[in-house]
Design a protein around this ligand. Sequence first.
Ligand SMILES: [Ca+2]
Length: 323
Amino acid sequence: MGKDFPASCCAPAAAHERAAAALSSQAWSREDSHRDVADSMVSLPGGTFLMGTDYPGGFPGDGEGPVRAVSLSPFQIDKFPVTNTDFAAFVQNTGYRTEAEHFGWSFVFWSHIPEDRFDELVEDTVAAAPWWCKVPGSYWKQPEGPGSSIHERLTHPVVHVSWNDAATYAAWAKKALPTEAQWEYAARGGLEQKLYPWGDELTPNGEHRCNIWQGQFPAQDTADDGYAGTCSVDAFPPNGYDLYSVTGNVWEWCADWFQSSFSSGTTLNDPTGPSDGQSKVMKGGSFLCHASYCNRYRVAARTTNTPDSSASNIGFRCVRPFA
Ligand SMILES: [Ca+2]
């Protein structure tokens, strides 16, 4: 499997039939939280930066290049991806049910499903990416389906949230999803044209700086970085702008519709992407990204998924205009 393999390694797209929406109340107490990282935002001055990459080890088909100048107005962005604690507060306040709940299932990575319950829990797998399992009853609060919980993962990023879910949360929080340009500018942390939020070396001085995959994908994750699956949003040091968990851990939804061709002509001001499309941009890579298979944990890397898709490695963070 080479680098031409489609983005289904990153996160599978769902072919959903719309289900009738019905609100339900879900009990939750914020006192269950170990720590509250909600509403921690950083203010960024904006300005002009170089977006994208011409790095030869990237994925030209993803539209990572060419490098182009982008100018941004000042904005604020969450230091952390939205956590399970954050999302629980939203659900408690609004009674919101995610699309995974409406559809009755989501995608779970195969090795996170208990071996002795695999046949019971898994309804189907993705033909082109059989490590993605359709698990009825999996959603943000039951990340591996019935019998699983987020109890020990309250400071982990929420997962199994679709783009539509993320946008609804953002509106509730009086925020918005970041444009891809905002996300990438913030992720770069003030560095120019570096591969990662901290520089060009994946493991400086042998230290892991993000939660990705080690070992043989998809058979064995040796978790040399300390984690197989998601980890707490503050498990690794922040970048130069004090943003945590920028690369690895979970993919993060952006506001933009996906396109794969850009020009490098004139400086773009506050670009928001195409006016319509089929799927949304995701940035940052996830705990499934691996150097030999999907090195999309670089700041310029990108992938895409349909707005109603969800999986166990997709989350988000929010922005708001500089007040
Ligand atoms: Ca890991």
